[in-house]
Ligand binder design. Structure first.
Ligand SMILES: *[C@@H]1O[C@H](CO)[C@@H](O)[C@H](O)[C@H]1NC(C)=O
Length: 290
């Protein structure tokens, strides 16, 4: 069994992960490792116990990647409750199970997990042998969401949407996403989340950043959404635009169109027939006269 010791903290940087897979995977540990996987923003309970002994007046310590202080219990004292030294990353998010201490349960729960919580957690009883009683390899998978507040460089800002052209029956919509990396996927969706067929995106690149323009023609009134997704960093943003087309629904509208044409056509045909008949009659009339 191998462990990616520092790799999980770099989860957002996919190329680095690949690099590390090649370089760090040689590390091995004798201890049993439990693998756990959760989705970002979910809670996770990391299991640990000291047999079935009462640990109310014991000391146990949870560390991440052998260095970050996650949680400490010392005879009733805790981080931010008599003890200091907890890594700021975990402040206010890690709890133990007070009522389970009597049965030796030293599990902790990490609330509201973040991708950067991914890593190797060890549960240590410093006054017992062996000291390490549990090792958890945790992976927190990111979910697609708006990460604007995380303030990372290259994050998409909200797309800008405009109506380029419009008639009673259709509207030409434009969506623009400016100055971002990694290159986002841009889509137009209708209110049922169906993809609206769009033109080929116009992609321009300058100084490693992308500008993308995506035009789409829509033919029904609806609320449309331009969605920009940066899959690599799980960042997704959208902007809505309400389109109200003035034209009557296509069906009845189309009937009046061909009908006008048909009537005009019939009138012309009728005139032609009358003309032919008149000409023929005159010709015949004259011919008969001879
Ligand atoms: C410890 O307690 C928690 C919360 O009740 C429970 O989910 C977990 O299974 C327990 N773990 C052990 C090792 O007993």
């Amino acid at each position: 069994m191998f462990l990616l010791q520092r790799t999980w903290t770099e989860m957002e940087l996919l190329p680095l992960v690949c690099f590390c897979l090649l370089t760090c995977s040689g590390t091995t540990f004798g201890d049993e490792v439990t693998k756990m996987k959760v989705k970002e923003d979910e809670d996770v309970t990391l299991p640990c116990s000291l047999d079935s002994t009462n640990i109310t007046s014991e000391t146990f310590d949870w560390k991440k990647d052998d260095q970050k202080e996650v949680f400490m219990y010392q005879n009733g004292k805790l981080y931010n409750k008599g003890l200091s030294g907890q890594d700021p990353q975990f402040k206010g998010r890690v709890f133990h199970f007070e009522d389970q201490l009597q049965s030796g349960n030293a599990s902790i729960v990490i609330r509201n997990t973040k991708v950067t919580d991914s890593g190797r957690y060890s549960c240590i009883f410093p006054h017992h042998q062996p000291t390490t009683r549990s090792i958890i390899e945790l992976i927190v998978d990111c979910i697609l969401k708006d990460r604007t507040k995380e303030n990372k460089p290259g994050l998409c800002r909200k797309p800008s949407v405009t109506i380029l052209d419009e008639t009673n029956d259709w509207a030409l919509l434009e969506c623009e996403v400016e100055g971002v990396f990694p290159k986002p996927k841009v889509q137009w969706l209708d209110s049922d989340n169906n993809t609206v067929s769009a033109e080929k995106p116009q992609v321009t690149e300058s100084e490693g950043k992308y500008n993308i323009i995506l035009n789409a023609t829509v033919t029904k009134s609806d609320v449309y959404r331009c969605v920009s997704t940066q899959e690599e960093i799980c960042h997704q943003l959208d902007r809505k635009i309400k389109i109200t087309l003035q034209g009557a629904p296509p069906e009845p509208n189309n009937v009046s169109g061909p009908n006008t044409g048909l009537i005009v056509g019939l009138v012309i045909a009728l005139i032609a027939v009358v003309a032919v008949v008149v000409y023929y009659k005159c010709f015949r009339g004259r011919g008969g006269g001879y």
